[in-house]
Write a protein of this length. Sequence first.
Length: 378
Amino acid sequence: MLKIVADHKIPFLAGVLEPFAKVVYLPGARISRRDLMDADALVVRTRTRCNAELLEGTGVKIIASATIGHDHIDQEYCERKGIAWHSAPGCNSASVVQYMASALAMIAKKTGMKPGELTMGIIGAGNVGKKVIALCKTLGIRALVNDPPRKRAEGTGDFCSLTKLIENSDIVTLHVPLTRGGPDKTFHMADEGFFGNMKPNCWVINTSRGEVVDSEALKTALRKQRIKGAILDVWENEPLIDLELLNLIFLGTPHIAGYSADGKANGTAMSVQALSRFFGFGLDNWRPVNLPEGPLAVVTPAYLPKSETGLFIDLSLQAYPIAHDDAALRSNPADFEKLREEYPIRREPPAMKVNVTSLSPEHRDFVRRLGYEISEGG
């Protein structure tokens, strides 16, 4: 019988693979080589470093990571050893965009910025970046996009240089993979020069990987007020985050931007499907059903909005109150991993209905374009 070792915090997985294999569930950061000696497959998140130290001499034939990223997998080693691996690209992209919407709402609420007057620099136009571009279009934000790999593949298009983006953006957001070398290196992309060339009132948001931002350079930029503020979901040296940096930024969260129940369900589905295709389980189209309902199934605008900006802020912060995650991390930064593992249910806009009885037809259309379902009352 096949043996599969899986991270015990991957949701919706329990019971799915048991008809086909012996499944052992373990804490992801504690999965060891000894646990894998007789294993055929491994299902992980980012906390399991899949390298020679873990895999050498084991029976693992395939790794399925229920995550958008794959920098925790030593791809060269796996290729050399004939170990197949799969991540879940795009699985939580809508969840990250929901995080972005709430972050933008908080910035607008604090500063009085109006989206229609803003330019956003989007670095990385993959699964997440493309959805951020769409959000900008909905909100009337001018988008500057930098993505060298896509520019090479597609031609000039609508891409701009990193220098132009940095110098002309009011908000810069990072949506790139972590690469430590080569022409598209992103390790410490946001360094001293990066921040030094930003507009003085610029904001930076990082939901990609912590190491994309040079923490020391960001601290210097914030202390010297070279930029207005920062929002970080990812950190260098997670889970041992820089407390000085936490105290300097506007919002800080424990790597949960992609942690909606919907995003997690997508990641688990893609992992199960990858294993099914490899071993022939017949689960090639499997998806979790009956996702748990979030704390807010119906969203009622708190007041009759006079503008789309006011409605956007209201809906975004009701649907996902990002300040709660910020407060939880500040209260217990040592509980970074616990906050991730015990993250409460969060649903994305399509799982919520907005009560539109008091809204104009134009505002109702705006609500639909933000991705919410429509309710005529109740």
